[in-house]
Design a binder for this molecule. Structure first.
Ligand SMILES: [Zn+2]
Length: 330
């Protein structure tokens, strides 16, 4: 099976959130044209095999049609510019972070197209190689591990390992993350918190390790990436989002300290287990169409209840499953 590949280079300004980007798309064999999804970003031009390529922007269908290409082209490069969303919690957006801010992404179901031009459809699995240049200072977290950081003057360019083939990608960047890290076999599990709150990630990380072991056993497949980051985002529209290798959480569903009520700690364990279930069912295997998201969600919900029930029998989670989830489904 041929997957598209995106080499994505972004130059991001702080604190304005303005960015320019180039995406080099590997063409899936000899094609005359390529239609990508794009919305809310501006095209600056396209080229292939060293020659400019026509680009037709259609706002109504949120597409950019590229081509025709020179016969020898195996990739096409598209330049564009965009801006971090400061008025909502979707796409590439700004959140509070302790006393400061961070920029994060929430790209499901169809917001990847507002970050960069791409085939924004779950059946179009693709690898992403990210290179991002920012002013020195903010950290950048991506789905995959950092390969290299290069300083030039007051800027840093970071290059990350290629993602496995999967459509939406995830990136969070900001100042002053604190971390709580433990190792689970070959997987480094890290909770990233606002400044000064690293130890509040301990409960989530301990539970993440337990469920990683449980699912590897249940699915018969080890967790496929080298790291799993659990990222606390203060302003977040959902409870959490299962971005592969860099799950984002609403702060209250991730961080716990000595005064966190037992019921909320239980909820954190459940949400962590649910999102990690998706690392296999949802990410490693994905439904072809967003219309089938019910399958994704219902299976992750069921399997995470089962596992957490086995880990903490005193919570009687399967009893809760019957009253909370089954009642809602009927
Ligand atoms: Zn889910």
């Amino acid at each position: 099976m041929t997957h598209l590949g995106y080499r994505l280079a972004l130059t991001l300004d702080y604190p304005s959130g303005k960015y320019t980007g180039t995406v080099e798309v590997s063409l899936p064999g000899p094609v005359d044209t390529l239609r990508l999804n794009a919305a809310g970003i501006r095209p600056l031009g396209a080229s292939a095999a060293g020659s400019p390529v026509p680009l037709l922007e259609e706002a109504a269908t949120e597409t950019w049609t590229l081509g025709p290409f020179p016969g020898s082209a195996s990739t096409v490069s598209v330049r564009f510019q965009g801006e971090v969303n400061v008025s909502g919690l979707g796409g590439f957006y700004r959140s509070r972070h302790g006393e400061g801010i961070l920029f994060t992404t929430h790209l499901a179901p169809t917001n990847a197209r507002s970050l960069f031009p791409c085939l924004d459809d779950p059946k179009e699995r693709a690898t992403v190689e990210l290179e991002i240049t920012t002013p020195a200072g903010p950290e950048v977290i991506f789905n995959t591990p950092l390969l290299q950081a290069r300083e030039e003057g007051d800027r840093v360019t970071r290059r990350f390992a290629p993602t496995p083939p999967w459509p939406p990608t995830s990136s969070t960047s900001g100042w002053g993350f604190d971390r709580y890290t433990e190792q689970e076999g070959k997987v480094t599990v890290t909770c990233l918190t606002p400044p000064g709150r690293g130890t509040e990630g301990r409960w989530a990380v301990e539970n993440a390790r337990k469920v990683l072991r449980g699912y590897a056993d249940y699915y018969g497949q080890p967790y496929p990436l080298e790291k799993l980051d659990l990222v606390s985002v203060q302003d977040f529209g959902m409870g959490a989002m299962e971005n592969w290798g860099a799950i984002t959480f609403r702060e209250e569903y991730l961080l716990a300290n000595a005064s966190t009520p037992a019921r909320l700690k239980q909820r954190i364990a459940e949400v962590v287990a649910h999102e990690i279930a998706h690392q296999w069912f949802g990410n490693l295997v994905t439904m072809a169409r967003w219309e089938d998201i019910w399958l994704n969600e219902s299976f992750a919900t069921f399997v995470s209840y089962r596992l957490v029930d086995r880990l903490y029998p005193a919570w009687d989670l399967l009893g809760e499953f019957l009253s909370v989830e089954t009642g809602g489904a009927l």
